[in-house]
Design a protein around this ligand. Structure first.
Ligand code: BDR
Ligand code: CA
Length: 312
């Protein structure tokens, strides 16, 4: 059965691949809207990038919304050192045909959820959680309508990627992340422990190049750029496909192993700001609030990605 989803993201090359995977899967996913949030690059660029990616996949019906341009409390932070000046470097930037809706992302999320049935809508979030937390703060009556929140964020065994303790999306807006992880709805979290198991490789890039369609060519360009920084940082052969794990999980949950955990987010300490304290062994006695992904079938993941890119 088709799942109704709202996607919230900050492209970012890996967000772009996440969107390509989602737009290639209309049988499983009904995308109600795509929201932009400030993250990898400022909001003006993440919203423009979603419109460019929408043009690339030929989308004409899914609306795009601009969301929050800064975190709830902290000063914003971007990651051009990873993603390039435009956020989706590796393809030519053009002026998109797709327009943004005049409604803001937080209004869209609140209105859509309020008019939904209980447990009807899944939220996929692959940037800082500012828009989602703002929607919860604006009207907590949206909460019962949420079926699941599928988040790319956090780290446990793998350590942080922006500070020794924190993963980027959570670090940028830890106050928003705390609200989301404590909201009481089902959460599936894909942190660095699992996303660092799906680094691209030259052979993956070669398989994408062979497809030779518009979306595959854009993917190849972006991943070639994205790989250069992370390959050096992690002494890997390519880049970790963080954000596509969320959609891959919705399409093929059996590719992942998840464990029920309690997660709390650090919002006070300067040293460990944005740390996700994942209680993997139940030592706190606190109730589980998250399904924490800790393992992925790498070959199955890339087979899925490449099969979906071949559909364009
Ligand atoms: C996350 O941060 C961003 O750089 C990526 O798009 C991903 O969402 C990984 O830490
Ligand atoms: Ca992202």
């Amino acid at each position: 059965m088709q799942r109704k989803i709202i996607i919230d993201c900050d492209p970012g090359q890996d967000d772009a691949l996440m969107l390509f995977l989602a737009f290639a899967s209309p049988r499983e996913l009904n995308i109600l809207g795509v929201c932009a949030v400030a993250g990898n690059v400022p909001l003006e660029k993440t919203q423009r990038n979603i419109c460019i990616l929408s043009d690339i996949v030929g989308n004409e019906k899914v609306p795009i919304f601009a969301g929050c341009d800064k975190p709830l409390t902290n000063v914003g932070l971007t990651a051009e050192h990873v993603h390039g000046r435009e956020g989706i470097d590796g393809i030519d930037i053009f002026s998109p045909r797709t327009n943004l809706e005049s409604k803001g992302a937080v209004d869209f999320i609140v209105d859509t959820l309020l008019s939904a049935a209980d447990d009807e809508i899944t939220i996929v979030a692959t940037g800082p959680l500012t828009n989602i937390a703002s929607a919860i703060l604006r009207d907590p009556a949206i909460l019962p309508k949420i079926r699941e929140i599928v988040v790319m964020g956090g780290a446990m065994k793998e350590g942080g990627n922006i500070t020794p303790s924190a993963e980027f999306n959570i670090f940028v807006d830890p106050h928003a992340a705390k609200i989301v992880f404590e909201c009481g709805r089902p959460i599936a979290a894909f942190g660095l422990d699992v996303t660092h198991q799906v680094f691209t490789s030259p052979s993956v890039l070669e398989r994408i190049a062979i497809l030779d369609n518009r979306v595959a060519n854009a993917s190849h360009g972006m991943l070639s750029f994205f790989g250069r920084y992370d390959a050096q940082k992690y002494r890997a052969q390519g880049a970790p496909l963080h954000d596509p794990c969320t959609i891959a999980y919705l399409l093929r949950p059996e590719l992942f192993e998840l464990k029920s955990c309690n997660i709390r987010v650090e919002t006070n300490s300067e040293l460990t700001m944005g740390h996700t304290a994942v209680d993997f062994w139940g030592v706190t006695g606190l109730p589980a609030n998250t399904e924490w992904a800790h393992s992925v079938h790498r070959d199955g993941f890339f087979d899925l990605l490449i099969e979906r890119l071949s559909r364009y």
